[in-house]
Design a protein around this ligand. Structure first.
Ligand code: FCA
Length: 336
């Protein structure tokens, strides 16, 4: 049995070493594999979680993992240069700007490195999504629809008259995976009977708490007479920013229903003694986005197994009552 396994491993290693003719160092064991995990916003809980799970994957298989924050294009391209200089054979990346996709692919090809893109899909020079680079992202529209359905259900549960409620929606339409989320929620709400003219959007500068707060303040200033709000947006940070804006203007938690999309940041809201306007979260899976993308890239380097080109992950709703169980199911106990 041992002999069979080791010859299979040898064959796999041989195949891996043959996939890249320019590779300097031959790959003779998992320990020879080094991959990068590059993320655009390392301070965000989501990306921290992705890194944690990617590291678990590296520890399991025994390959080397280099985690690098790449907040802008210059840092991104120099991170790829550095990875190559250190002998890395591939990387997983969430780019700071999806239009950098072609430059990333070009550089990786020059270095014979494998590229796996996570969360934010590359966009080509003609503006279309680059579907030929392996990608793992959210089933973003469906997740948005879940958010819309949950907001509607909670509104009715609270006995609110839909026509008296407005939606505060910080948006970021230049990024497809997040535009799909807010569009999905809007579609579901309007299909259920929410008035389209009561949905107020405002573009965020970035995908963080201050940007969510600024976008919400624009909306709240323009619509000062509204007393009941639902809030949805592109991620947890943006919704939490909007909730803070509402608190700053004196809205009580019972008059606000906010639902985020994320995997950790919103727990802090659920842990507070009194409920805030942050009512629920569509929990997405950093384990799949961190562990699985690292695993697929590792196997691609090791034995040439091409990853699937398009993998979409689902979300599950969590609120103050069930979030601990949902967190456990997603392997996020350490955040509780
Ligand atoms: C995008 C967002 C992140 C996270 C991720 C899954 O990259 O910017 O906040 O939601 O998708």
């Amino acid at each position: 049995m041992k002999a069979v396994l080791s010859s299979a491993l040898a064959a796999a290693i041989f195949a891996g070493s043959m996939t890249s003719c320019t590779q300097v160092k031959k790959i003779t064991s998992p320990a020879d594999v080094k991959i990068g995990f590059l993320v655009k916003q390392p301070e965000e809980q989501w990306f921290q979680n992705e890194w944690t799970f990617a590291q678990q994957c590296a520890d399991k298989y025994g390959f080397k993992l280099q985690k690098i924050g790449v907040p802008d294009g210059e840092k991104l391209l120099s991170a790829i240069d550095n990875l190559h200089a250190q002998g890395a054979q591939g990387f997983v990346v969430c780019v700071p700007d999806v239009k950098l996709g072609p430059a990333v692919v070009k550089k990786a090809a020059e270095y014979s490195m494998k590229v796996f893109t996570v969360d934010d899909q590359f966009v080509g020079p003609d503006g279309s999504l680059m579907t030929d680079v392996p990608y793992m992202g959210l089933s973003a529209r469906n997740i948005g629809k879940q958010v819309g359905g949950e907001l509607w259900a909670e509104m009715l549960k609270r006995g609110w008259k839909p026509e008296e409620v407005a939606a505060c929606v910080p948006t970021y339409d230049v990024l497809n995976t997040v535009k799909q989320r807010t569009d999905g929620a809007t579609d579901t709400l309007t299909a259920l009977g929410f008035k389209k003219e009561n949905i107020f959007t405002s573009a965020e500068k970035a995908l963080d708490v201050p940007s969510g707060m600024d976008a919400a303040n624009v909306i709240l200033t323009q619509h000062a007479k509204i007393e009941k709000w639902i809030v949805y947006s592109v991620n947890d940070e943006s919704v939490i920013g909007a909730i803070r804006a509402m608190e700053g203007r004196g809205f009580a938690a019972e008059n606000v229903i906010g639902i985020g999309i994320g995997a950790g940041q919103g727990f802090n809201e659920f842990k507070k003694d009194k409920p805030t306007g942050y009512f629920a979260c569509c929990m997405i899976s950093p384990k799949r986005h961190g562990f699985e993308t690292a695993e697929l890239t590792f196997k691609w380097v090791l034995n040439g197994a091409m990853p699937p080109l398009d993998t979409r992950t689902a979300g599950v709703m969590a609120n103050r009552e069930n979030f601990k169980q949902v967190a456990k199911d997603l392997g996020l106990e350490s955040l509780l």
